[in-house]
Structure formats: C-alpha cells, structure tokens
Design a protein around this ligand. Structure first.
Ligand code: GUN
Ligand code: ZN
Length: 466
C-alpha cells in the first residue's frame, strides 16, 4: 500500500524525542516521498519557502506534490501503536460484568472467538474493528486473531487493504485440560501446521512483510501443552518471526501455570525454556512479575505490552511501568480489547497515567512514590515510540524524522470563540491562552476519535473525518 504521490505536510508536528520529552516543531514542512518515507523535515518553513527552496532541493516539482496544511489549532502526531489487541473480541467491548480472567475467557471470550473462527462473521467484525481502530488514530497493531486459518488470513487481507500496519497471529491453544471442546487445537502439530498456513498466506499477500507480518501466537502458557510451546519455539528459531502471548496477568492464571508446569521455576521461564523469549517477543500484561522474571525478560530483550484498561476491567492488578523501565524492559501500550473496553490507544494512555498513580498510592512517601507516576510525555511515548519499539518498528515509525515512514494523525482541537461556542467538534475546548504542553495534556485526558481529523499510514491517507 505504498503512497503513489509525493506529499508535503505543513504546520505543527509533535512527537516523542525521548521518553521524557516531546519535540514541538512549529511552522514545519515534512516532505514524504512516493514510498511513504520522510525525505525532509524543515523547521521555520511556510508554503512559499517550500516552493522556493525545499522542493528544488529535493528535485520535486510543485505540480506533482500534494500539500496538506494544518488549520488553526491542529497538529500532526505520530500514529498510535496498539501492541496488544484481540480482533475477534470486538463484539464484546464493554461486556465483562464482574468476571476476572479465567471466567471471563470461558463466559464471553471463547464462545465469541469460536464464532469468529468462521469466515462469514469474521469479515463483518474484522472490517468494523480495523476501521474503528484507524478512526481512533491507530496505525500499527499487534493482533491476536481467532483459531481459524481462513479467518486469520482474512484479517491479514483486511489489514492490508484498509491500510493498518499489523502483526497478525492465529491463536494456538491445544491444552485439553484448559481449552473448551468447541475451541481447541487437535494436537501440538496441528497448532504449528495452522500457524504455518497463516505464515504462508502473509508471505503471498505481502512478501516483504512491509505492512503485515505473521506473528507466532501461543495464547498463553495455560492454554498450550509443553509440546506445542516447544514446537512453536522451534518455529520461531526457523523463521525468525516475532512471538506474542500473555504473561502474569492474574493470580488464578499464575496458579494454573505453576500447576501445569510444576518443574519450571516461574512463568517467564516457561516461555524461555521453550525458546519463546527473545527481542521480538511481546508479553502482554506482566502485572505480577517477580524480580527474577523481570531480569530474565530484560536479558532476553523481550518487550512488554502494558494494558491498563484491561487490567482494571478484569480486576487483574496494576502493572508497574517505571519498575519495568528501571529493569531495562521496553514497554508499549495495549488496548487488549475486549479485556479492555476500548480500541482507543489514547484512552489507554490516560488509563496508564491513572494506573501509575494507583501504583504510587502503594509506595511509601518519598522519591520512589513520585517516580511511579507517569507524565503526559511518558504515556504518549508508550502510545507511539515505545509501542513501535515493542513491535520491532522502532526505526520505521513513531516520530517525524528523515528516513522514517509517515504514519500520522492530524489532531484538531475545539477553539472556543468569544461567544463561548467551540469551533470544531470534540470534547477538548481550547481558549487560546494554553501553551502547547497544556493543549497536549488537555487532548490526552479529554480527546477521542473526534479529534482525529485524518490518519495516514506510510504516507497514504487511510481515514478522514467528514
Ligand atoms: N489470556 C489468555 N487469553 C487472553 C485473552 O484473550 N485476553 C486476556 N486479557 N488475557 C488472556
Ligand atoms: Zn490479551
């Protein structure tokens, strides 16, 4: 899905320079070539300067470029990265009652996923969820599909055609003691065979894995036999493909892991001994990790997807992002929809801020208590650049730098006029006296899809609000 036209974007560009700091580039031109890559970033530049200086330097002519300029109150922000989402669970958003993980899985999740393993229902649901994700500004996502090969392949097709950058994985689950009869792989070999079929399909539709890439997906240790985990570990070694799974989300789940793998030291080691922990492994949740497990994950270079909304909805607990960072683990954000109630990464960024304050409540007064609280800049890093690193896309997306690909959201805020009426829809009212830092904080805590005026992936427009 490469963009065919060269484009120039003009206005304010905001992105994470580091975990702690946002860059604010005002009056800036970002030039994007026909492959969707950023060819030039020029600060202090207006349309006239672009025409007179920047385009001639690039050897581009004005007639061939499309120009998109911010209107008042608008800015470009990197597209959001959802490092953990379950596409077949979309019809269940918000439906979790008082369940916790294991009864939530059996009550709501497995029956819905079993339904969506069939292609007819999957097309409708997957189209809807991808469109919804993009409308909230998500441009990259690591996605768990259902068990069906055909429906997983359809999900990959739809990501490609609708323009979502994605890791797509068919869930493997072959443990008869924990998986329901109606939703269980026949054997460990079956798990691998079906995974291979999905890999082959993505190789066909996107041979360079430019937009869509397969991901080896053992659902979580309790739903896989040791044999299946081992075979999937071998598949990882053979193909070099990434892995995604869950870890230490909930106390009942952890007890089950100890019961099913009595000879293995801890949960993280279960994945490690089966060859599943490496720099391209995404571990969702990591709420209750021990020091030893965090050290092992850091040593292997595996990454964590923090899913704050899900961890509140399912009463799982509070993941300690600062604690993980202090131990050298890279972290991104996951909506974990429908464990989490929303497919919005922005929603999860604010939830990450709030959850970090709950973590702080449990820490005695002092500098560590203050450090536990995540700043606006830090949660927006998690939502973009951190997530890109978790997905193995750190060199390609998450910032507006030359050589990176242009995945972006044009954000518009409401400007309140003298009469008290805001121009522009949405929930963020700006009065004109706010600094950029204050506008960003207001957007983080009150923004939603109405503020996502337009979305680009690899320089191609994939969504625009009418
Ligand atoms: N653990 C195993 N499967 C799932 C799932 O679908 N969602 C969540 N949140 N945790 C899981
Ligand atoms: Zn999940």
């Amino acid at each position: 899905m490469a963009s065919r036209t060269r484009k120039v974007f003009l206005g304010t560009f905001i992105y994470s320079k580091s975990r702690e700091e946002l860059s604010y580039l005002v009056n800036t031109a970002v030039c994007v070539d026909e492959s969707g890559k950023i060819a030039a970033v020029r600060e202090g530049c207006d349309r006239a300067k672009v025409e007179a200086e920047v385009l001639p330097e690039l050897g581009w002519s004005l007639e061939e470029v499309e120009v998109r300029a911010c209107e008042e109150g608008q800015f470009f922000f990197p597209g959001f990265v959802d490092t953990h989402i379950h596409a077949p669970q979309y019809p269940n958003v918000g439906i979790f009652g008082k369940t916790t993980l294991m009864d939530w899985l059996s009550t709501y999740t497995f029956p819905m996923e079993a339904k969506l393993a069939a292609v007819d229902q999957a097309r409708r649901v997957y189209t809807a969820v991808i469109r919804r994700m993009i409308s909230h500004g998500t441009t990259s996502a690591a996605i768990h599909a259902a068990r069906g090969v055909e429906s997983t392949n359809l999900l990959a097709d739809l990501c490609l055609s609708l323009g979502l950058r994605a890791l797509v994985g068919r869930v493997c689950m072959d443990e008869k003691r924990t998986c329901p009869d109606f939703y269980c792989d026949e054997s460990p070999e079956d798990s691998v065979l079906h995974t291979r079929a999905c890999i082959a399909h993505v190789q066909e539709i996107d041979p360079g894995f430019e937009m869509v890439k397969p991901v080896i997906t053992p659902r979580f240790a309790p739903s896989c036999t040791a044999a299946a985990l081992g075979l999937l570990g071998e598949l990882r070694k053979e193909t070099g493909l990434p892995v995604q799974t869950h870890i230490s989300e909930n106390a009942g789940e952890m007890a089950l892991v100890a019961e099913l793998f009595p000879d293995v030291k801890d949960y993280a080691t279960v994945y490690d001994v089966h060859g599943l922990l490496g720099p391209d492994t995404i571990l969702a949740h990591a709420v209750h990790l021990s020091e030893d497990e965090a050290a092992l994950i850091a040593e292997r270079g595996a990454k964590v997807s923090h899913c704050p909304s899900s961890n509140s909805c399912l009463t799982s607990g509070h993941a300690r992002v600062r604690w993980l960072w202090d131990r050298g683990v890279e972290v991104g954000l996951g909506t974990d929809m429908s464990g989490g109630y929303s497919p919005s990464v922005l929603e999860n960024a604010r939830q990450a801020s709030l959850v970090s304050r709950h973590v702080a409540v449990g820490i005695p007064d002092g500098p560590e208590k203050e450090r536990a609280k995540l700043t606006v800049e830090e949660v927006l890093y998690l939502a973009t650049r951190g997530g890109a690193r978790v997905m193995g896309l750190g060199e390609r997306v998450g910032a507006f730098e030359v050589g990176m690909e242009f995945d972006a959201v044009l954000v518009g805020l409401g400007l309140v006029g003298e009469d008290g009426v805001a121009v522009g829809e949405g929930n963020v009212d700006v009065f004109g006296w706010e600094t950029w830092e204050e506008k960003i904080a207001k957007w983080l805590f009150n923004g939603d899809d109405r503020n996502c005026r337009a979305v680009w992936v690899r320089g191609t427009l994939v969504h625009e609000r009418a």
